[in-house]
Design a protein around this ligand. Structure first.
Ligand code: XIL
Length: 381
């Protein structure tokens, strides 16, 4: 017995010596930037780190950007190609090519794939709501069309998509329901109908409610009541997406945290569309209503040649504070997704004003990580 124990400990010492040696050999052989911990690895025990992909990224047209996506992120969401106007432009016509490529990209890289979005008032084709005379269809016809839309898309990607933003942006900032075409034609129960259809189409996929400006107290309570109401009726909603299109100062960390904790009472929370604009806001209502469009004015584009050190420091601080907050509540957060990869392609350059130069993401226009990326990684230590 004694002999066996001694043999075993000598053997294990030998194994430890070998295993301690081998990683350093591998590490030394790799270039420095690859040897450093990636975002996705740093947060592996906390939450998924996601990115929204545009068409060029889905088709891997830029190898440097492709390297960032595959080395730093373990989850992807489609920035546009799964929205109704892209994937279902006519009643009898589904356009699958780009969405299929998006799914193939995620599978190839073993990423958690998120579907965005099944029912939304924006980027949705008119045919859904009208008959051949251009008149609004009945509640039953719209429900049938939406059931077909949801079922066809979800079943095509069954077993491949982790979860879906089933309904996007159904609540206004004051907490009331948005009077969209869905609301007008179907009525206030339209949201629950979409979740019922989604659950029937794929009982194994996670189902989310997603919205912007979720730190506004009235909107927080409106979204909470909507989701809680469905859950109380036995309708499955697995989680809430807080989009996270924020700016340097707003919303406050406290307001964001309050919403995060409130939504965690209902299921998993995801930060689904994080970006931080540094540009002056050219309007009164802050949010992420994509239909907002303001004519270009030079004074709203102050950093076309680069950021001032003060703004750079502010952005640095804001990102580190946000990720510190997320990390603090890692037990409640399933995923943090950036709405884009590098500043060059962010929608923020063109919304709500076309043609500006913004700096909202983690990687710059030269495809380099910003200095605060390392600090975001360090938070997890
Ligand atoms: C944006 C895309 O990033 C743009 O390319 C597109 O022109 C408009 O939509 N909330 C959402 C996202 O849920 O789908 C929006 O994406 C940004 C706001």
């Amino acid at each position: 017995m004694k002999f066996h124990l001694v043999t075993a400990s000598i053997l294990s010492l030998f194994l430890v010596a070998c295993s301690e040696k081998s990683p350093s050999v591998t590490t030394d052989a790799r270039p420095l930037e690859q040897a450093q911990t990636s975002l996705k690895d740093a947060y592996i025990d906390a939450f998924l780190i996601g990115a929204a992909l545009n068409e060029d990224q889905i088709y891997e047209r830029d190898s440097e950007v492709d390297d960032i996506i595959t080395s730093q992120f373990n989850s992807i969401v489609a920035e546009n190609c799964m929205k109704a106007e892209n994937i279902h432009p006519e009643e009898d016509d589904f356009f699958w090519e780009e969405a299929d490529a998006f799914i193939a990209f995620g599978l190839k890289n073993e990423m958690s794939i998120i579907g965005h979005t099944l029912a939304w008032h924006s980027q949705t084709p008119d045919w859904l709501f009208v008959d051949e005379n251009g008149e609004d269809v009945s509640r039953d016809v719209l429900l049938e069309r939406m059931q077909n839309h949801i079922t066809t898309i979800m079943q095509r990607y069954k077993g491949k998509v982790k979860g879906w933003d089933v309904v996007n942006e159904a609540i206004l900032d004051d907490g009331s329901m948005r009077e969209s075409k869905f609301y007008e034609i179907i009525g206030p129960d339209w949201v629950e109908k979409m979740f019922i259809f989604a659950n029937q189409a794929d009982p194994d996929a996670e189902l989310y409610y997603n919205d912007y400006s979720m730190a506004i107290p009235e909107k927080r309570e409106g979204a909470y009541a909507l989701v809680k109401g469905m859950q109380d009726k036995g309708i499955r909603v697995d989680g809430i997406g807080m989009q996270g299109h924020i700016n340097l100062d707003g919303p406050t960390l406290e307001a964001f945290e309050e919403s995060l904790l409130r939504f965690a009472e209902l299921g998993q929370v995801m930060i689904t569309e994080l970006d931080v604009t540094v540009l002056p806001w050219p309007g009164t209502e802050v949010g992420a209503e994509v239909s907002m469009s303001v004519e270009f004015q030079d004074e709203f584009n102050p950093y076309r040649n680069g950021l001032t050190p003060a703004v750079e420091a502010h952005l640095h601080k804001r990102y580190v504070e946000m990720f510190s907050l997320f990390h603090k509540h890692a037990d409640k957060i399933d995923r943090v997704t950036l709405w884009g990869v590098t500043d060059a392609n962010s929608w923020r350059n063109d919304w709500p004003m076309d043609g500006r130069t913004d700096y909202p993401l983690l990687f710059d226009r030269a495809n380099k990580p910003k200095p605060f990326v390392q600090e975001i990684i360090t938070i997890t230590n």
